[in-house]
Design a protein around this ligand. Structure first.
Ligand SMILES: [Zn+2]
Length: 254
């Protein structure tokens, strides 16, 4: 080979890289993630063992997830915070062209399991029996199969970060008895949750942990725990995109 042959190879290599690299970058920023922050500042959801509202936990974790996604090229990720009505959540996600919706919540337990203790001079309620995450999906969601795929990768990644699922929503007690799609990953069937049911994109509700559990609440309050959750979500979004990425891109361009 003389130098002209090399030039040919270099030219084709250049052509190859120039068409491949921007394409892969586009892949990362292509997917739009709606981060739904469960409940509102006025109606804050569950109350933790130390009297902190669930909404504040959801907001803190949502903000951390948004930051982590942006760092990894998902700059179009956005949060849904304090909407007027419950139905607004899926509407906002739709209007902003979200490809997936992940709703963040923190868990409690049925009231007959709760006991009393005094924290900071105030009577609070707690339940130390249950701990761990749950992932909720609705078969009434328009993209149920993809919702289940997304829940599966989220479950695997949460476990990789050291979290474990709770199975208490499947217990044979009033208010629970929810069907478990996957006991290893804590994936439950919750058909009627408004945000999951009305979303026109794949949607998963993440109960990050049980804040009525005194020990788990302490762990969930730590910055490093939120960072682990955020890492799990980023990795899940990337994996999910590898599974369905081509399809999303094709439908967006077609
Ligand atoms: Zn909640």
């Amino acid at each position: 080979m003389d130098w002209q042959d090399h030039m040919g190879i270099i030219f084709f290599l250049f052509l190859f890289l120039s068409t491949q690299l921007p394409f892969d970058e586009a892949l990362a920023s292509d997917l739009v993630v709606a981060i739904d922050v469960g409940h509102t500042s006025a109606v804050y959801g569950a109350r933790s063992a130390r009297g902190r509202g669930e909404y504040q936990f959801n907001l803190d974790v949502g903000a951390q997830v948004k930051k982590a996604l942006a760092r990894h090229g998902y700059e179009r990720a956005f949060m849904i915070v304090n909407p007027k009505r419950l139905a607004d959540r899926s509407r906002i996600a739709r209007e902003k062209n979200a490809d997936v919706l992940i709703s963040f919540h923190h868990d409690s337990a049925q009231s007959h399991f709760l006991e009393e203790w005094t924290y900071n001079g105030k009577k609070e309620r707690f339940c130390d029996r249950f701990r761990g995450f749950s992932l909720l999906v609705s078969t009434r969601n328009a993209k149920f199969r993809d919702s289940l795929r997304l829940a599966t990768v989220i479950g695997r990644n949460l476990k990789r970060q050291g979290f474990a699922p709770t199975l208490h929503h499947a217990e044979d007690v009033p208010g629970e008895k929810h069907f478990l799609f996957n006991p290893e990953l804590g994936i439950y069937r919750y058909d009627n949750l408004m945000v999951l049911r009305t979303a026109n994109m794949p949607a998963v509700l993440v109960e990050v942990g049980v804040i009525i559990n005194r020990d788990e609440e302490r762990i969930l309050l730590r910055e490093e725990t939120r960072e682990k959750v955020a890492r799990a979500i980023v990795n899940s979004v990337m994996e999910y995109q590898l599974i369905i990425g081509d399809r999303t891109r094709m439908s967006k361009r077609g």
